[in-house]
Design a protein. Structure first.
Length: 155
């Protein structure tokens, strides 16, 4: 199983990008995919990090790119300092939650697909730049899924 977690609030503009990507993935969903929407609750994320199944986390984050652009990275390949530069828009940074998880035990394999938002204003939908990027973001998530499926078939 691969957990694909979307973090966001669709009432806050581009903060809903992860949920829009999950909606697109639902049409292709396979049994081995566990698609879940998460709120900004750090402890909900922590629970998934402590599980044995690989996690692909989709989130809007200030990553210093143009709106709608994204970055993918494997958490095991970056330092905590690098991970904390991908600041979540949800209070706790991913690095802080990851540190908590590591302190509690072994951590699942995690990939992050971070999307640069244009606007996080309440009461607005996705910006045009993020909406246009949805197919590319979805493709990036599918590539991350393929990587985990390839690793799983190697065992």
């Amino acid at each position: 199983m691969i957990k694909i977690l979307g973090i966001g609030n669709p009432l806050r503009g581009d903060d809903g990008v992860a949920l829009a990507v999950l909606e697109r993935l639902t049409a292709q969903k396979r049994r081995e995919w566990d698609l879940q929407e998460l709120s900004s609750d750090a402890f909900g994320l922590l629970e998934h990090l402590l599980d044995n199944y690989p996690v692909i986390l989709i989130d809007s984050a200030e990553i210093g790119k143009e709106p709608g652009e994204y970055a993918c990275f494997d958490v095991s390949q970056v330092s905590l300092k690098q991970a904390s530069s991908f600041v979540s828009t949800h209070g706790f940074s991913f690095a802080e939650v990851l540190l908590m998880a590591r302190g509690l035990g072994s951590v699942a394999s995690v990939s992050i697909v971070a999307v640069q938002p244009e606007s996080l204003e309440f009461g607005t939908g996705l910006s045009e730049s993020v909406r246009k990027a949805l197919p590319a973001i979805e493709a990036a998530v599918l590539e991350e899924i393929k990587k985990y499926e390839a690793k799983d078939s190697d065992h």
